[in-house]
Design a protein around this ligand. Structure first.
Ligand SMILES: NC(=O)c1ccc[n+]([C@@H]2O[C@H](COP(=O)([O-])OP(=O)(O)OC[C@H]3O[C@@H](n4cnc5c(N)ncnc54)[C@H](O)[C@@H]3O)[C@@H](O)[C@H]2O)c1
Length: 247
């Protein structure tokens, strides 16, 4: 990762924070963006390293604001001097039975989890094209397999996986790889925000690996897919789920 220039969304969250920390540890330069402004400041304080390093830049912004994806990509190119990788990690959960699932929630989840990654990939592709080892990693979910009571979330992550495969085929000839990571139950603030912690811990106990995952374990998979060791891997979904989809 030494010197690689990586744009990470959802950077102030559980997986995002671990990812940014690992990227910086491995020598990358990072534009970290998140709607959570105080989370961005905390990220700088906790893992920004010495200010003179200048390898971490944060940009608090809501991905659903008009023109936000293009502004984020422009800022990344400006601050990092180009772009070698994009990680679409920002996401929101929404749980509701179909009969109670509001259209506004459907639209909000699809906008953040699917439309924003599409817009970011579209904006980043010209900068990524031709950069040695350029890569996009989209953070999907085991939800791509389909669960009850989360229609919008499952549809958004299924769509994001299909988008990943489309990007792999279209951008491969330009030297850009695109892959997905599909986490299972990972111990992050999202488990509490979605009210899934109780269920997650019960289900996790019965998994082949018998526990929830750690954000660092998802970050490691993302970093591997971004790196040159995965140089012949594209269009794939890597499940980081403790064996959940095989159980
Ligand atoms: N934690 C899990 O069990 C789990 C499982 C499967 C997939 N995932 C996926 O992993 C990714 C990271 O999730 P996490 O567990 O770290 O959750 P998290 O809630 O800790 O982090 C998500 C981040 O996205 C940011 N975000 C949300 N809406 C945004 C917007 N409109 N604009 C900009 N940023 C926005 C949030 O502020 C937050 O910091 C998500 O895409 C999530 O769907 C998580």
């Amino acid at each position: 990762m030494n010197g690689r220039r990586i744009l990470v969304t959802g950077a102030a969250g559980g997986i995002g924070t671990s990812l940014v920390a690992e990227l910086l540890l491995q020598g990358a330069r990072v534009l970290a963006t998140d709607v959570d402004e105080s989370g961005c400041r905390l990220l700088e304080r906790r893992i920004g390293g010495r200010p003179e390093d200048g390898r971490l830049h944060t940009m608090p912004l809501d991905l659903t604001e008009s023109g936000a994806p293009q502004r984020i990509v422009d800022r990344a190119i400006d601050r990092l001097g180009g772009l070698d990788g994009l990680v679409n990690n920002a996401g929101v959960e929404h749980r509701a039975a179909l009969a109670e699932h509001g259209t506004a929630d459907w639209t909000r989840v699809l906008e953040i989890n699917l439309s924003a990654p599409f817009r970011l990939a579209r904006a980043a592709a010209p900068a990524l094209a031709g950069q040695p080892g350029a890569a996009i990693v989209n953070v999907c979910s085991i939800a791509v397999t389909g669960f009850a009571g989360q229609a919008a979330y499952d549809a958004s992550k299924g769509g994001l996986l299909s988008l990943t495969r489309s990007l792999a085929v279209e951008l491969g000839p330009l030297g850009v790889r695109a892959n997905a990571v599909c986490p299972g139950f990972i111990d992050t603030p999202m488990l509490d925000a979605s009210g899934l912690r109780g269920l997650a811990e019960k289900v996790a106990a019965r998994l082949p690996l018998g526990r929830c995952g750690h954000p660092e374990e998802v970050a490691a998979a993302i970093v591997w897919l971004l790196g040159t060791s995965a140089g012949y891997v594209t269009g794939q979904a890597l499940f980081v789920d403790g064996g959940m989809v095989r159980a």
